[in-house]
Every structure is written in structure tokens, then in C-alpha cells.
Design a protein around this ligand. Sequence first.
Ligand code: C5P
Length: 349
Amino acid sequence: PSRRWQLSVQRLSLALLVVQNSVLVMVMHHSRNTPTGKHPRYLASTAVLLVEVIKLLASLALATHDACRTHAPSAVAAHLFRTIFAPDCWKLIVPAALYTLQNSLVYTAISNLDPVAFQVTYQLKILTTVLFSILLLGRSISLRQWLALVLLTSGVALVQVGGPLGLNPDDWLERIASLLRAGALPTSSAFKGVMAVVAASLTSGLTCVYFEKLVKDSLGSVSLWTRNVQLSFFSLFPALFVGVVWQDGAAIAKHGFFAGYNPVVWLTIALQALGGLIVAVCIAYADNVAKNFAASLSIVVSYAATALMYRTPMTLPATAGASIVLLAMYMFNGRPAPRMVLLPISQER
Ligand code: C5P
């Protein structure tokens, strides 16, 4: 692929991630918190499994498409089997297990926190990702970039807390006062949610960086989609045996696998699967830090879109937060040309 084409893919994937992220959190929260009447709520473990199945099929289709360009139709199946189950495929077992854990932690978090609190706390992954990039990829971060990261995290928090979907200062005071009255400890559900986000942020940083290292180390010999097929394949086992069978086996036996499913649940699953594929492209064509910047920008985009669509007033803290996010992006990438990683995506040996 030409450099210009790769640059377009890089930008397009980051832009798509901005849109996907903005929509997903709202839809997912809605899917977990809409009253289901006398029916039980859908089980997160079944959704996590279905997302992996969809990603596996989609990645397999893309890997097949790549293989068709370099191999005769009769040799495609054998080639795919050989590359997917290559001797180093076991390396995907660790990220597969960690991503499955992370995906179910995100469900726990979103079920126990409001979307604003979730988004703010999940920004922790910006810092964990940078830390793991330094530790595992040997990347170095300048002082200006550290400052940009701190600004980014605070800017996002300001947009979230001060925006139309956020809490106004009176609510904060009211909340703190009621917590103090109730004995100063957060409710167990909020505590569970926060713990889940912190754990998800740690796994996100570690796993994304590990996956980036794996993809970029085998640059040119194993395609991104082959790596993704391996990742989804190994994710099926923990998703099925730990999530569906061990954790929720009894509930599924009683109510059925698809109990509580409705169009919003299916939309959540589709958006998550799509998000996974977009994240994979972002990691391969740009990097994890850029991926997280895109996720942060999505918060600013949701803020502006909500203000425009619903004519909600733009508050001073949220607008200042949005400006800080944009400034942080400029500070972090303060180079004339965007970072560029050349990845010969479909040149398998
Ligand atoms: O929040 P974060 O950016 O860490 O989320 C990454 C998401 O992308 C996870 O849900 C993970 O399952 C998904 N992913 C994927 N394929 C990859 C890399 C990540 O589906 N190659």
C-alpha cells in the first residue's frame, strides 16, 4: 500500500473511532439500564461472547480477502489455516484473556455508574497506556507531552462534569453532603463500578500495548487481520467457558441465552464489534496513544453535538475543558506531520 493510502487509513480509522466511541457509551448505558419489565436484563457474558464471534467472522472475511489477492482460490484455505495456527499463535492467548476480562469489567462499570462518571474515570487508561508504552515499547515521552497528557485528562474531566450531561456544582455539593450524612462511604454499587473502571483501565493499557508490540514486531510477515482472527479465536474460550458457562451458566439454563435481548442490545453488540475492528486498525496504522486521543476527542464531539442538537446551553467549565482537550492534542503532537507507521498490511509470507 502506498504511503498516502496508509495515511488516509490512519486518519479515517481515528475519525471513525471518535464517532463509534461517542455513540457506544450512550447506547450501552441505555441497554443496561432500561427497565425490562418482568423479563430479566440481558447477560453481559452473552454479549461479550457474541461480540467475539462477530469480530472473528469479520476478521476471517478480511483475512480471506487479503489471501485471495496473493493465492490461487484452491490454496486460500490451506494458507489461512497455516498462518492462523502458525507456531507463534499462542502469543495471542494472553491479550485474548485480558481483553475478555476488560470487556466484562466495562459492562460491570457501566451497569454501576452513570455514563459521565464512567467516561471520566476510564480516562485513566490514557495514563496507563503511556506507562506501558514506556515500559514495553521503550517509547520516550517528553516533558511537554507529559504536560499534554495531564491537560488532556483534566480537560476531559471538565467536559464530562461541566457538560449538559454532567453534574452541575449544586449536584456535586448535594451528593457530597448526602454521602457525609450516610456515613461518608460511597454506595457499594458505585464503589464496585469505580473498581471495575480502574481495573479495566489497567488491562486496557497493558493489553493494547502488548497487541501493538506483537503486530508491529511481525510487521510484513503476519497481517493485521490474521492477528485479529487469532485474538478473537482465543477470546472465545474465556468468553464461553468463564463468562457464559461458569459465571452465568445457571441463569442461562433458566432463562435462555437470548433472554432480555432487544434491538438496543443488538445495536450495542454491533457497535462494540465494529469498535474492536476500528481499534485494531488504529493500533496498527497509528498507535495506542493516538487511539486514546481519538477516544478523548469523542467526548468533546459528544458535548458539542448534544449542545447543537438539543440546544442545551454550553457551560463555561465544559467549554473550557473542550478547549483544553484540543490544546493538549496540539501540544502532544506538536510536529508538522502526523506520526506515521508504515505497515505492509497484507504481505504475508
Ligand atoms: O478501551 P480500549 O481502547 O482499551 O478498548 C479496546 C477494545 O478493542 C476492547 O474491547 C478490545 O476487545 C477491542 N480490540 C479488538 N481487537 C483488537 C484490539 C482491541 O477487538 N485487535
